[in-house]
Design a protein around this ligand. Structure first.
Ligand SMILES: [Zn+2]
Length: 200
């Protein structure tokens, strides 16, 4: 094939922007989509549109939700004195799936990463401090990934939160260095939460 028709090339460019998707995979997606009935594609376009229309960010924990505050923040079954701090939404979902944690969350919106120029002020750290001061929080569980960025984010948080005089714990036992909370299996994650150690 010579040059691709612009309508195909445009969509390839869009898919290319997704993490882990290269030009070859984008092409494969698009030629697959072309074989599907038009109604399928319309359904997909609608879902994409709804994504930004319906999904908001929880005003308490900053997780994605259709109703803010989210179900976890408003649940009477959750312990509102313990906050588990995660980098991103998928980490929260993984911990929820493990099923043993009964506190609430705080989504930072990323980790400190010097290579990408992400510093503490681009994360929701002030918001976390505010929540701790306002809401009588007793324990903060640092559940950033056990890799370089996750560790430096945890260290930074320990430094800022220590003066607030609350118990600070770090998820970790059983999670090997360099591993990823999002992809950890449920048993490992439940154990890591259970066996969290206090940061001195
Ligand atoms: Zn929430």
């Amino acid at each position: 094939m010579g040059t691709l028709p612009p309508s195909i090339q445009n969509l390839i460019n869009e898919f290319n922007k997704l993490p882990g998707i290269g030009p070859k995979t984008s092409e494969r997606f698009i030629f697959h989509l072309l074989k599907r009935p038009k109604s399928d594609l319309e359904q997909m376009a609608n879902s994409l549109r709804e994504l930004k229309d319906k999904i908001a960010i929880c005003t308490e924990c900053y997780d994605f939700t259709e109703n803010s505050p989210c179900d976890i923040c408003t649940s009477s079954q959750r312990d509102k004195t313990t906050i588990c701090v995660v980098a991103e939404s998928p980490d929260l979902m993984a911990i929820e799936k493990a099923g043993t944690y009964k506190g609430i969350y705080h989504v930072l919106g990323g980790v400190i990463n010097q290579i990408y120029g992400i510093g503490p002020d681009q994360l929701r750290i002030n918001e976390l401090e505010e929540r701790i001061k306002k809401n009588g929080i007793k324990e903060i569980i640092l559940a950033t990934n056990p890799d370089m960025e996750g560790e430096s984010t945890a260290l930074y948080l320990i430094r800022v939160l220590k003066p607030l005089g609350i118990r600070i714990t770090r998820i970790g036992k059983g999670l090997p260095m360099g591993s990823n909370i999002e992809y950890a299996d449920e048993v490992t994650l439940a154990n890591a939460m259970e066996g969290r150690g206090e940061v001195k």
